[in-house]
Design a protein around this ligand. Structure first.
Ligand code: M6R
Length: 604
């Protein structure tokens, strides 16, 4: 997602801004820009693509002395990645950068257009600067105009705004998107979307809370809380090492990524959920026209997301859905028919096998869609349409938050399909949307739960194997749980449909066979329970994950009592991620970079 930086001081503004943006690259972006204000003169540079392009454009710009500046890396949501859509956005004499989505931008834009304002970009962001300038005409001061403008915004935002009327001041507001303000003993002030750009520059930072707004000058940081009351900035000291800062206090990137799933899921759904329908701005409604079948194709964790979603597509949209492992599809001389929508799922957008199947689908003149975490990746460029998962850069080789966001997108897409095909009542869709909105809270890691899993993990360091079992969507989740454990603990684990155990694998059951049983209350509980009892009767060691106590389990990990099985799915997903991580930690393995694996598999 987008990244923001800001600076007030005299130490080479351009480098501070661009190097800050470099530190935010991990959030993902497709264009970037900076605006520097010295006296009443603005210097503005924007470029599509990598920061190198921005650096080249601004090569001859060498600001000296005091100035203020704002910078931004943009991950396109409203409007394509072009220079015009890149931030900062200009009014008459002010520039703004923004992270998030202004949900009522169309209404504000109509109002401003009626007043004669012209817009240059297709972004939601541009309304902010024009609205500010509209209020500036009547408000007594730029800050008053900023306050009035902020009061009109709906949605999520982190905003920095600079204006020639106050050339030593940066105005800021935060609601739902991250923003930090920092200072050092030299009087310099900084803004950033996360800690990492500030390490080595600022000694103290304030982590702004939702609703906070105010302004910063060379002399002071002036803060107001969400109710508009003056607030004292609460400073924290920044860690000194960049690596530990990027991990934000977590032991591993994987742990950090598990913990940030609530935040990224909120980003994934931002602007895509209406009361009664799911809306993907990036999809042409024609994509659904004439489609009689869906074929999903992916590798590894993304394949598990595909498999889980096939249950949702058939259940919600009543459309025939098949799922393929990309390396298999490539050589099986498949039947690829033009009335089938070919959907590839990939965190990186570069996995060689998946990319190749996408080329095959294009050659067969199928409609193609990619669900991907990296904009401008090979798959995004090739497919007819793309939906970005907005998980931010995932550094741990073992995928966690990327899977969570893929599942959220696929769940949403199944509802969009259902609506287009008329297979679900509006009320039923609205009900699922209500559950989707619960996802960020549902995946939040509870300290007590993490502690319990940490303690339990010591009993699962040996044995002759693990079976993760479940039914329906919990079968692909079982596959994913087993893959996570394999990847980082190097223990043998298999995912299996619960009902299949008695057709062979149950022969392995003994106390040294560990069964991790996914027992959701809302999906085939009694059926799964019988299968687990069969294993328990043969002395397999059972670790049950459920919201219902299960007396035959040797170990029990409770989840919350949920109303919908997909919420149980997401909560169990977090449990499985934590369990595999804690086992790997106890075995002394490299959690983030397990042996023999690469984050992006670009070879066949
Ligand atoms: O980037 P992709 O989603 O296409 O990658 C596919 C697999 O290589 C990937 O999911 C892999 O299985 C992960 N290491 C799983 O944690």
């Amino acid at each position: 997602m987008c990244g923001i930086v800001g600076y007030i001081g005299s130490n080479n503004i351009k480098d501070v801004l661009i190097e800050g943006l470099q530190e935010l690259e991990y959030r993902g972006y497709d264009s970037a820009g900076i605006a520097v204000l010295q006296n009443t003169d603005f210097a503005v540079y924007k470029a599509v693509g990598k920061l190198e392009n921005l650096r080249n454009k601004a090569a001859s710009f060498a600001p000296e002395g005091f100035g203020i500046g704002i910078g931004h890396t943009r991950w396109a949501t409203h409007g394509k990645p072009t220079e015009l859509n890149a931030h900062p956005h200009l009014g008459q004499s002010s520039y703004v950068v923004h992270n998030g989505i202004i949900e009522n931008y169309q209404e504000l834009k109509n109002e401003l257009v009626a007043q004669g304002v012209s817009f240059l970009s297709q972004t939601d962001t541009e309304v902010i600067v024009h609205l500010f300038e509209a209020y500036l005409k009547t408000a007594g001061s730029p800050f008053e105009a900023f306050k009035q403008m902020r009061a009109r915004l709906e949605g999520a935002y982190a905003i920095l705004l600079v204006t020639t009327s106050e050339p030593e001041t940066i105005y800021f507001a935060k609601h739902g998107s991250p923003m930090i303000v920092g200072r050092n003993r030299g009087g310099e002030k900084f803004f950033a979307s996360s800690d990492s750009p500030l390490i080595g520059l600022a000694q103290e930072v304030v982590y702004l809370k939702d609703g906070d707004f105010g302004y910063v000058t060379p002399a002071a940081i002036t803060l107001y809380d969400g109710s508009g009351n003056p607030a004292a900035p609460l400073f924290s000291t920044l860690p000194e090492s960049k690596l530990s800062a990027q991990k934000e206090g977590f032991r591993f990137f994987m742990e950090k990524e598990i913990y940030e799933q609530g935040e990224v899921l909120a980003d994934t759904m931002l602007g895509r959920l209406k009361e009664q329908e799911v809306y993907f701005e990036e999809l042409d409604p024609q994509l659904f026209a004439g489609v009689n079948e869906i074929k999903l194709c992916a590798c590894g964790t993304s394949y598990h997301a595909a498999l889980a979603s096939s249950y949702l597509f058939e259940r919600h949209a009543r459309i025939r859905t098949s799922v393929e492992i990309a390396s298999e599809l490539r050589y099986k001389e498949p039947l690829l028919s033009p009335d089938t929508l070919f959907v590839v799922i990939s965190q990186s957008g570069e996995t060689a096998d998946t990319l190749e199947t996408l080329k095959m689908a294009k050659a067969a003149e199928m409609k193609t869609l990619v669900i991907c975490n990296v904009d401008n990746s090979s798959m995004v460029r090739l497919a007819d349409a793309s939906i970005l998962t907005r998980a931010g850069i995932e550094k741990g080789v073992a995928s966690t938050k990327a899977f969570a966001t893929q599942m959220a997108v696929l769940w949403m897409l199944s509802l969009a399909f259902a609506k287009a095909r008329g297979t679900m009542e509006t009320g039923a869709i609205a009900e699922q949307i209500r559950h989707l909105r619960e996802l960020p809270a549902c995946v939040r890691v509870d300290d007590a739960l993490h502690e319990r899993i940490k303690r339990l993990s010591k009993r699962y360091l040996h044995g002759h194997g693990f079976f993760f079992i479940g039914r329906d969507v919990f079968y692909p989740l079982a596959l994913e749980g087993a893959l996570k454990l394999k990847e980082i603990s190097y223990l043998h684990a298999e995912g299996y449909p619960s009902g299949e155990m008695k057709h062979g694998p149950i022969a392995l059951a003994d106390p040294e066979l560990f069964t991790i049983a996914l027992m959701p209350k809302n999906m085939l509980y009694d059926k799964t329970k019988s299968n687990v009892e069969e294993l328990s009767a043969r002395d397999s060691t059972i670790c049950a994950i459920s919201d219902k106590p299960f007396e035959k389990a040797d170990d029990f990990i409770p989840i919350h009592d949920r109303e919908h099985y997909m919420l149980e799915f997401f909560e169990m997903m977090v449990v499985l991620q934590l369990l595999s991580m804690e086992v790997a930690v106890r075995l002394g393995n490299d959690v983030d970079m397990p042996r023999n694996l690469a984050k992006s598999v670009t070879v066949e």
